[in-house]
Design a protein around this ligand. Structure first.
Ligand code: HEM
Length: 166
């Protein structure tokens, strides 16, 4: 029977949290992209459209919880395995991509989300129509969030296949 040290248990525990974080993040992102966005498009011009956009924007906190799990467990795994930060390695590549995604949020994604929220709140509840400005902000937001989802999947592929570094 294999005898596991405290370090091994810690490693397993952190990996478990790492996977949970990824599952939450990718689950929330795909649900939003596949179901909510499709229904926002179908509901164009109706009162439902505004409500669905609000629901779409409200996934933020769940997404942040997933990212928080990945980040905290990832830093723990990096320290336990003595991998270092931003080195020329699989983990370094993952950290760099993750940082790039992370920076997109305060720089581009969150300001757009805040603007959309402001536009939605500015219109009285009885008025069903979502403004053209709001539509064009959404049209900018979708590809950015798609890029984040694709980058997350690329990071998963890197973690699983460990590309060789010279
Ligand atoms: C979407 C983001 C991420 C995904 C999908 C992901 C996925 C994974 C997976 C699947 C493993 C297990 C690999 C194996 O057992 O062979 C792993 C391990 C690890 N991850 Fe992540 N990870 C992500 C982000 C991060 C971040 C941001 C860090 C550091 C801050 C990090 C640090 C590590 C470390 C140190 C290990 C253990 C060593 C290794 O397997 O190379 N990960 N990750």
């Amino acid at each position: 029977m294999a005898v596991l040290s405290l370090g091994d248990h810690m490693n397993e525990m952190l990996l478990f949290l790492h996977y949970i974080g990824f599952a939450i993040t990718i689950g929330a992102a795909l649900y939003d992209r596949v179901y909510i966005v499709r229904n926002i498009r179908r509901a164009k011009g109706t009162r439902l459209e505004r409500d669905l956009i609000r629901i779409y924007l409200s996934t933020g906190p769940l997404f942040s919880i997933g990212v928080g799990f990945i980040l905290v467990s990832g830093i723990g795994l990096t320290l336990i395995n003595d991998e270092g930060f931003f080195r020329r390695s699989t983990v370094g590549l993952k950290q760099t991509l993750f940082l790039a995604i992370g920076l997109m949020f305060p720089l581009y994604i969150m300001p757009i989300m805040r603007q959309i929220n402001r536009l939605l709140t500015a219109v009285p509840d009885g008025n069903a129509s979502v403004s053209d400005q709001c539509h064009s902000l959404l049209a900018r937001l979708y590809p950015m969030l798609d890029a984040v989802t694709i980058a997350n999947i690329v990071i998963l592929a890197i973690a699983v296949w460990h590309p060789a570094f010279q």
